[in-house]
Design a protein around this ligand. Structure first.
Ligand code: SF4
Length: 242
């Protein structure tokens, strides 16, 4: 099956357990103000490839995966090409290669549900916990993201939740209370990561002729992130998992 990808990064250690090959799919329905990869937004701007070509490339790295590692499909938003993703996941499963999908949780079609069945776990980015603010930050409402989260929880799918912390946007105790409130009943969440906002993708906006609207924002200090993690842990009453 054919689909569009942006790029492949080999042997990263940040997007899931162990050493991983990260395949960045092209296309995204959101328009996050801090997006590091605005060059993934338009589907047809990507590289047209097919499942077999991807599998061949991925298999070269199989010896490095060990027990925990494998493939992370990121983007862009991988579920925008759900049929292509499903074909890739099925083929990787046959080869006993572990898979993680990094998603903004916007889509939940029957094909997306099948993809969830075939992947080992999900990295879900919850950008903001208040609908109006989510919409301001990403251009899309939070409703779909919550439906996606609830579906994964109902299927007991293993999840890591991630939130990029942006000073003045989602860095208060109240924000952490709201995040805890959304996730606390989901028993399949294994980890919650609070990631500091940074400006590393800014140059891409300039290159694409787009205006970077968070120009004046700076990233939070490590101390701030540490305090928010402690506060969130207390809200969840499961400090060991954060
Ligand atoms: S969901 Fe990810 S790829 Fe899409 S706009 Fe937001 S940060 Fe960028």
């Amino acid at each position: 099956m054919k689909g569009y990808i942006h790029s492949i990064e080999t042997l990263g250690a940040l997007d899931g357990p162990g050493l991983r090959v990260v395949v960045f799919f092209q296309g995204c329905p959101m328009r996050c103000k801090y997006c590091q990869n605005p060059d993934t937004w338009a589907l047809k701007d990507g590289i047209l490839t097919d499942t077999n070509t991807l599998i061949k490339k991925i298999e070269n790295y199989k010896p490095y995966f060990g027990v925990k590692g494998g493939i992370t499909v990121s983007g862009g938003e991988p579920f925008m090409q759900a049929e292509f993703l499903l074909d890739l996941l099925k083929n990787l499963k046959k080869r006993k290669i572990k898979t993680v999908v990094d998603t903004c949780g916007y889509y939940l079609s029957s094909t997306v549900k099948k993809c969830i069945e075939y992947m080992d776990f999900v990295l879900l980015d919850i950008k903001h916990t208040v609908n109006t603010e989510h919409k301001k930050l990403t251009g899309k409402s939070l409703t779909n993201v919550l439906k996606f989260l609830n579906y994964c929880c109902s299927q007991r799918k293993k999840l890591w939740i991630r939130q990029v912390i942006i000073p003045g946007i989602n860095d208060t105790k109240k924000d952490m209370q709201q995040l805890a409130c959304l996730v606390k009943d989901c028993k399949s969440i294994q980890k919650i990561e609070l990631l500091p906002y940074h400006l590393m993708g800014k140059w891409k906006w300039k290159k694409l002729g787009k205006k970077y609207l968070l120009q004046k924002k700076k990233g939070p200090t490590p101390e701030k992130i540490r305090k928010l993690k402690i506060y969130l842990s207390r809200q969840l009453k499961c400090a060991d998992e954060i």
